[in-house]
Design a protein around this ligand. Sequence first.
Ligand SMILES: Cc1cc2nc3c(=O)[nH]c(=O)nc-3n(C[C@H](O)[C@H](O)[C@H](O)COP(=O)(O)OP(=O)(O)OC[C@H]3O[C@@H](n4cnc5c(N)ncnc54)[C@H](O)[C@@H]3O)c2cc1C
Length: 436
Amino acid sequence: MHIPHSLAQIQSASLPETTDVAIIGSGITGTSVAKFLLEGRPDTHVTILEARTLCSGATGRNGGHLVTFGGAGYSALKAQHGADEAAKILKFAQDTCDQLLETAKEMARDESEIRPVTRVRAFGDAESLEEVKRSVAAYELDHPAMRGRFEFIDGKQALEVQRFGNHHVAGAALFPAAALWPYRFVLKVIEHLRNIYSARLSIEANTPVTDVQYLPDLRVSHPYALRTPRGNIYARQVVYCTNGYTSHLLPELRGRLFPKRATMTVQDLIGLAPNRGDSTSWNLHQKARYDPNIDAILNGSYYLQQNANSGFFFFGGEAQIAHTALTSDDTNASAVSVQHLVDKLSEFFGIEHENNDALVSSWSGIMGFTPDSLPLAGKLPSSITLRDGDGEWIAAGFNGGGMCLCWRVGEAIAKQITVETCPIGFLRPSLCPRCA
Ligand SMILES: Cc1cc2nc3c(=O)[nH]c(=O)nc-3n(C[C@H](O)[C@H](O)[C@H](O)COP(=O)(O)OP(=O)(O)OC[C@H]3O[C@@H](n4cnc5c(N)ncnc54)[C@H](O)[C@@H]3O)c2cc1C
């Protein structure tokens, strides 16, 4: 969110009394729902309600990696959902990446700094590497059309070609991905929507929704009352794009969708490591472990991209214990986790330097986790809302990744609302009455 956009605090002089669709949350998901609703139905009025400044949740704080789980996630998905469903989920994610890459090029090429990159996903141990190789092989065997996206290199090649420092990685998978600046992309899209659809779009920053009620006797046409500190707004339909914060408004989701805090740093190793930000992004997977010296669980998953202009490294990963990770408070970051990332980046490249000189900034963000790692997307049943009425929708729970899903999940929700069909398909058919 560095350099806040001029629209970051935007709100109407007074909250609109009614709207057709109230979207709660202005991250990448809420913005996608708004875009496709406005484009899809010329008679629909849309209101985006955001608790803080625009796009100040996970999207404004994330690592900027546009990447799918690809064949690496196939075996686990197949075990849970079967080969066909697993392939559909992976295709959905890949299509989302492709579509978002094109949309970002078209709508915000300069602002978003969108660029295709080669992803180098390295593994610290041979066992994890072999597991991923097996998963990719199974994917390619079951779905031959997907062959050829992954290339594997061994640890020596990874060290030579990709300069993985002293990590002694067992090997790496190379595959196509992209990198971008998500906050700037989302704000550019919102700016664009505001310019085109000003008569049908209200954007209400600093307007937390504190409660949703179904009151058909009060307003037949707009039965949902959304309470905010600026007054109530009445809507025909409500879409929860609130990711890790959702269970605050939908308590039945507690435990099924929960917040988890993640840590990001920006570090400056200029002069010590080359700038390959326009061609490469990196992942490193090591086995999760508890480190008694810093009393933290290292989750062993690190993600790294480099800003192609400044050369700064955007480096994320976790060294936290439960009480600092399982929280929805992103006003500060775990000092242990930040220090761990500072130490880890120099180790990553095998560089010795005065560590603390490198840290440019650090922050945390709140992800929305689900027990099976898939998002909740579709119409909410009364068993979850505990209300009558069938106008409440959800697109949340994108776990550690998300940008390879959020954009088209948002599109799917918008299309369901406007044309009442499932042109794209949902990841969670059980929540979509028309797919069930
Ligand atoms: C540190 C970090 C790094 C990450 N790195 C990556 C990455 O590199 N690649 C990737 O694909 N994914 C990454 N993710 C995950 C990704 O950012 C999320 O999956 C994605 O941004 C979710 O978008 P969203 O719009 O659904 O949610 P969010 O962006 O979290 O938006 C939800 C919005 O809802 C608002 N809100 C919540 N409750 C209310 C309320 N009651 N009233 C009004 N507004 C409300 C919040 O303020 C917030 O702005 C990362 C996440 C974090 C935290």
